[in-house]
Design a protein around this ligand. Sequence first.
Ligand code: EPZ
Length: 432
Amino acid sequence: MNQYIIKGGKSLAGEVTIGGAKNAALGILAGAIMTDDEVTIENLPDVSDINALLEAIKAIGAKVDRIDAHTVKISGASIHSTVVDYDYIQKIRASYYLLGALLGKYGKASVAMPGGCKIGSRPIDQHIKGFKALGAKVVTENSMINASVNNLRGSHIFLDMVSVGATINIMLAAVMAQGQTIIENVAKEPHIVDVANFLNSMGANIKGAGTDVIRIRGVERLHGSTYSCIPDQIEAGTFMCLATATKGDITLKNVIPKHLEAITAKLVEIGADIIENDDSVRVVCKDRPGSAIVKTRVYPGFPTDMQPQITVVLATADGVSTINENIWEDRFKYVAELRKMGAVITVEGSTAFVEGQPKLSPAVMEAPDLRAGAALTIAALQADGVSILTDIEYIERGYEKFDEKLRSLGAEIMKVDSEDYKAVQKFKLEIV
Ligand code: EPZ
């Protein structure tokens, strides 16, 4: 197990390049196995969630050729199994995209039932409802979801709630179904549009991605393609919060400013200066941020995946802030860790009330999940003194070379083996 040792208190400044969007890449990689031709995916983030999905794809027989850290060639021609092992679902929930992809290509798929995660119960009833509407028989047996069908038929599906995963999974299953599929009340996140664009680049006929209704005309087959993933909106937002929390000056390169609008608007509201260019954004914050009301919503609202990071910024704001979480019922676990740093936060149901403090103080903390882990790193970088953050494997699921990127901005942060006390001591001596 690794941990970060962080000496905070510095304003961070410089340039950072944002990687490809993890949550788009997960859908795209699943889609890539739906043709027997070769598919090349570029701007792939080199993070453990992506690497776990690539392993799962390899395990069912696809050829996976890693050209470099950010490029992979996939060929689905050699797939010999439509069963995705429990191990992969355990490693990464998004393995369930292989359900839609394999069902769409071969008419059958078996994937282990994804368990709950630390941010709330995560049902997949809407995915299953979509597959059934397309004519598939879906049976859950011995913790496996088994879906099968002779021929998928287009259908009219109305999702009961807006779900990123269900939208992508049903889209995957429907691209080669006979006739037209209309999916209403779909998610509109940039990664939905990216997966649709990718499938269209393979010959699919998907219209309306990015709106509330997606229309898909089934095609006979998909063909090979070379496609580059969009930049990660959440990685970008995390560095924007970092600049604001440390009163820094950070320029983010390789971003799509339009995708960041909700985050930009909130940071401007609390006092950051944000300068947008075509594919870069500069965030400058010189004064203590002001308080705010934040409500997480589906896109284009404020993303739930940015909720812990903005809460950390508001923990040192001038005034009382309210953060209302509307997507996941259990996404405030990290608040207990933040309180160790002197943050004054009370949580009532889905709302956190944050009484901003002039400064947080260093502490020893545990990362409870991916985004909360990144948020606690920001908190530690803001606090004067040495903090320790354990369980950083969560962070590595979705942030590539996070510590390296932070160091390039002037942060004093080191990744060490939790058992390696000498390294911990050495780092402390070096920085004190
Ligand atoms: C995706 O999860 C992301 N993960 C999450 O990011 C993100 O928090 C979430 O979308 C919301 O934006 C990936 O893309 C791999 P949902 P997903 O289906 O697809 C309920 C991160 O940090 N629901 O949009 O699982 C569900 O319980 C991760 O990168 C049902 O009730 O989320 C939740 O309350 C964490 N039935 C809401 O809908 C269903 O069948 C939204 O979930 C599906 C969802």
